[in-house]
Design a protein. Structure first.
Length: 229
């Protein structure tokens, strides 16, 4: 199966940009029905189902995963290096302590998924559904999120400095204790967020001035009232 993972157009090019996965054009086809501890594959085009799978230390390298269902699976300490996941269903999946290096999620469903404590290096989410996604205490370098929705995403104490969040719905996000220094939030919806103090040092566009200001005022406990009482 040919892969388009070696090129990525759009925002975020240049020094410090999220690096794309490097996947060979020729891959061995792999049809999966479940996963087990220590399963690992290199240079495969994987499809199939791993619904409700319960496995640790599963790994994919220089591979694609297309249209696969992982709904409700528990895959602790998952390891992905140079992997493209397209049109996959990862709703409710538990990926705690995962290690992802040069990984692209495209049009994937991750509602309610839990990546708590994961290490993310050059990871991109493009046009994904990520409502209630758990990113508590993740450590990320060159994280990029483009399009889609991440309403109520949990970034409690996440280390995502320099990340990009372009055109993402971040309504109700929990930013408490997060490191978002130098993060770029252009085009994203920033309403009803918790822990807005974490927005200090971020970069926003002119249209976001009012909602970010309101969020910061709310976090500081400032009340606007024209009644002098």
């Amino acid at each position: 199966m040919a892969s388009s993972a070696t090129r990525w157009s759009g925002p975020g090019k240049g020094a410090g940009a999220c690096r794309p996965p490097v996947v060979p054009e020729q891959l061995d086809e792999l049809e999966l029905d479940g996963l087990q501890d220590d399963d690992g594959w290199v240079e495969v085009a994987a499809r199939g189902s791993a619904v409700a799978a319960d496995a640790e230390r599963v790994g994919f390298t220089r591979s694609t995963i297309g249209g696969m269902r992982f709904t409700g699976a528990q895959l602790l300490r998952l390891e992905l290096t140079d992997v493209v996941l397209a049109d996959c269903d990862l709703a409710g999946v538990v990926l705690e302590e995962a290690t992802l290096v040069r990984v692209a999620f495209r049009r994937c469903r991750l509602n309610g998924a839990d990546l708590g404590g994961a290490t993310l290096t050059d990871v991109r989410f493009a046009e994904c559904q990520m409502e209630d996604l758990g990113l508590r205490m993740v450590k990320a370098q060159r994280l990029a999120v483009e399009g889609g929705t991440a309403a109520r995403v949990d970034l409690y104490r996440a280390r995502v400095a320099g990340s990009t969040w372009y055109d993402v719905d971040l309504t109700g996000a929990d930013l408490s204790g997060a490191d978002l220094a130098r993060a770029r939030l252009h085009g994203s919806t920033i309403l009803d967020v918790r822990g807005a103090a974490a927005l200090k040092g971020t970069v926003i566009d002119p249209q976001q001035v009012v909602p970010v200001g309101v969020a910061l005022m709310g976090d500081a406990g400032i009340t606007v009232d024209d009644d002098r009482g």
